[in-house]
Write a protein that binds this ligand. Sequence first.
Ligand code: GSH
Length: 199
Amino acid sequence: MYKVFGMSISGNCYKVKLLLTQLKIEYQWQEVNVLRGETRTPEFLAMNPNGKVPTLEIGAGQYLFESNAILCYFADSTPLLSTDKFNKAQTLQWLFFEQYAHEPYIAVARFINKLLPPDSPRRAELPRLQERGYQALQVMEERLSKVDFLVNNNYSIADIALYAYTHVAEDGGFDLGSFAAIQAWMERVRQQPQYIPMG
Ligand SMILES: N[C@@H](CCC(=O)N[C@@H](CS)C(=O)NCC(=O)O)C(=O)O
């Protein structure tokens, strides 16, 4: 059986949990405490040399890391990853956007704001992270004011990947109040069959 090494409060790990649940794929969940350095042990690094969750164990000695790669692995041959050449590339476009223009700002702002102590010097990073995070949210708002879902108007792993940290952006100090299209899209994501909340 598949085994997911993850941390329940992590959006990157939630992506995998939500997809597996929606595809009704059985898996074991192994909770890993990142804050206690559990991703940096020799045992963990042997599975994922980058020392991060989520990490998927597919079988003995076969591991996959990077949340969006894991989404592609499971969504392959399902309606959540189109086989059409353009739609598939557009799905990848949003997955790469999420990892380069969205998660590094919105997830990191959340980590600093929610998990680090109030006197952490890293709080000085928040204004810059919020500025760049709002830019990513604006890109999403413009797209979602024209379509119901990011790719070909069908729910896909692009929506799962971007929903994960967008729906908890307020933890990072973001105000989603003026992003009406994002709010309506988040509600559509929550209405999908087998939806589960983060946690
Ligand atoms: N790009 C990676 C990011 C994964 C990531 O940053 N995971 C964090 C938790 S959300 C982690 O494991 N951090 C532990 C560490 O860096 O030691 C992905 O999408 O899977």
